[in-house]
Design a protein around this ligand. Structure first.
Ligand SMILES: Nc1nc2c(c(=O)[nH]1)N[C@H]1C(S)=C(S)[C@@H](COP(=O)(O)O)O[C@H]1N2
Ligand SMILES: [Mo]
Length: 303
């Protein structure tokens, strides 16, 4: 898949649709009586694709975020009460400068970019999302990764008072994810702090979440409060839940089916009932950039 250069979502979206999205954002802000949303200043990126993004409404009303409930509409309904300021991220393990970092300090010199990425859920639906974020590698270099570190483990906030899904044991909280260090350092891997040029909506993982576009969506852990640099492969939520169905790698792969459904095709959210399914691409279309990470691995075993 070829990378198209220097596109922002406003370049690939008709002006009228863009304006109505802006009004939608303003309207939603007024309804929830939130302070005026600050437009984030982010550079364009050569890693963006040129496909037209899904609408803000689609991206913010069709979500998986089990801390707020199991239905796709639950996060939009329940996540508005989540307190995202103050927010700190604990960085520990095999790092030179461990600490409990205030989000503002972590982001002080982070080079924010807009990244228009494909997003493919393991459930076989997909979207195009114009994320705002910075490369995880920037952060890891800042804290100083020690030689013994081979993986990064991530954890989501545990706060059952504000996260009603955590009042039951539908998952073993906190939600956990992990990447191999070379995956974490890859330039496509970002910590996202916004989308559509605005701060991250709570239902999408405010104030900061991981985005790994060549892996199934569940790897992209939301509302991150801890990152640990570790020597051994960490435990991850869906792999713990059902190791046969959800591997540690979970790279998007049309040739390796989920035990209960095919992964060869996907439904683009919002495409309309006559659009039909589209073929799923190897590594979600990012094979040119990431296939080399898995040279010599059998992807049907390391699924
Ligand atoms: N903490 C946490 N992170 C999570 C999830 C979750 O339930 N809890 N769901 C995952 C799944 S299955 C998907 S598909 C994506 C959905 O991201 P989106 O709602 O921004 O599209 O978030 C992932 N990150
Ligand atoms: Mo997902």
């Amino acid at each position: 898949m070829r990378i198209k250069t220097e596109l922002k979502w406003s370049d690939v979206t008709p002006k009228a649709a863009w304006l109505s999205r802006r009004q939608l954002i303003a309207g939603a802000g007024a309804l929830m009586a939130t302070p005026a949303l600050a437009k984030i200043d982010a550079a364009k990126s050569a890693y963006s694709i040129s496909d037209e993004p899904n609408t803000l409404e689609q991206i913010t009303t069709y979500n998986n975020f089990y801390e707020f409930g199991l239905d796709k509409g639950d996060p939009a309904r329940n996540a508005r009460l989540l307190t995202t300021d103050p927010w700190s991220v604990k960085i520990d393990g095999l790092v030179d400068r461990p600490g409990n970092y205030d989000l503002a300090d972590l982001m002080k010199d982070a080079p924010l970019e807009e990244r228009i990425y494909r997003f493919r859920c393991v459930e076989a639906w997909s979207m195009i999302v114009p994320w705002i974020g910075f490369e995880l590698a920037h952060l890891l270099n800042k804290v100083g990764v020690q030689p013994g570190a081979k993986y990064v483990a991530f954890e989501t906030l545990v706060r059952p008072e504000e996260m009603p899904g955590q009042q039951t044991a539908i998952l073993d909280w906190p939600y956990r994810e992990g990447l191999r260090l070379d995956e974490a350092m890859h330039p496509l891997t970002i910590m996202a702090t916004g989308l559509y040029g605005e701060a991250m909506p709570n239902q999408n993982g405010a104030p900061i979440r991981l985005v790994v576009p060549w892996k199934y969506g569940f790897k992209s852990i939301k509302s991150v409060v801890r990152m640990s640099l570790v020597a051994e492969q960490p435990q991850t939520t869906w792999n713990m839940q059902n190791p046969r169905e959800y591997g540690f790698y979970s790279n998007v792969n049309p040739e390796v089916d989920h035990p209960r459904w095919s992964q060869a095709s996907e439904r683009r959210v919002g495409a309309g009932i006559f659009a039909g399914r589209q073929d799923t691409l190897m590594f979600n279309g990012y094979a040119e950039q990431v296939a080399g990470l898995y040279a010599g691995q059998d992807l049907s075993k390391d699924y």
